[in-house]
Design a protein around this ligand. Structure first.
Ligand code: G3P
Length: 203
């Protein structure tokens, strides 16, 4: 029973799509209707509203951190194995990707994954953030930075985490890369939009 409660709660928290919620609060258009069509901080930033983008980033990361930190803290007391605790991390991530409150049209998971990783291991979170920042400093492309960070994440995870959580990280990274398939196509065509460039049509 505790496992079902944990996974359902994690999924529901993940389903809070803060790009859409924050945009409504700031009177901005729905991020699924412009730019890349992605409800995420990068696309919100294409409106030029930095505060809304920053709040989206922090809130999407915070929900991942909150669920993972709670599962790690209370899971053992509830008699849950590491596998169920790791499943909570996947559940909050799936909620972000397929939010029940927003027609299952969710984001690509970068900020939420960061929050989850930070809760599992601050060193892992900081290493992944570092690889994102280094790639971004070189290319100024958010999606490329996320993809490079996702590829490095399982390697970093193997350094610091137990095998069960390495498995969770591999699943998160694979889902994140899969959600970036339109970005990968645009990167290969040399058409990916960086920061400060005009927003492309939704796709
Ligand atoms: O956080 C999502 C980012 O990696 C790509 O966003 O809007 O450029 O598809 P976007």
């Amino acid at each position: 029973m505790a496992t079902i409660a944990l996974l359902v709660s994690a999924y529901l928290v993940g389903s809070l799509s803060f790009a859409v919620i924050v945009s409504r609060l700031f009177g901005l258009p729905d991020p699924r209707s412009y730019g890349s069509g992605n409800p995420g901080a990068t696309n919100v930033l294409r409106t030029g509203h930095r505060a809304a983008a920053a709040l989206t980033l922090v809130a999407d990361a915070a929900k991942g951190w909150l669920v993972m930190a709670a599962a790690l803290h209370y899971g053992p007391a509830w008699g849950l194995s590491d596998a169920w605790v790791a499943a909570a991390g996947i559940a909050v991530f799936l909620g972000h990707l397929f939010p029940v409150f927003f027609g299952f049209q969710g984001g690509k998971g970068v900020a939420t994954a960061f929050g989850i990783l930070l809760a599992v291991s601050p060193w892992l979170g900081l290493s992944v953030a570092g690889s994102w920042l280094i790639t971004f400093a070189m290319f100024r492309i958010s999606s490329l930075s996320a993809l490079v960070a996702a590829l490095f994440t399982p390697l970093f995870a193997a350094l610091w985490l137990k095998p069960t959580f390495v498995g969770m990280v591999i699943i998160l990274a694979a889902l994140l890369v899969w959600r970036h398939k339109s970005n990968i196509r645009k990167l290969l065509r040399g058409e990916e939009t960086g920061f400060g460039k005009p927003a492309p049509r939704p796709q």
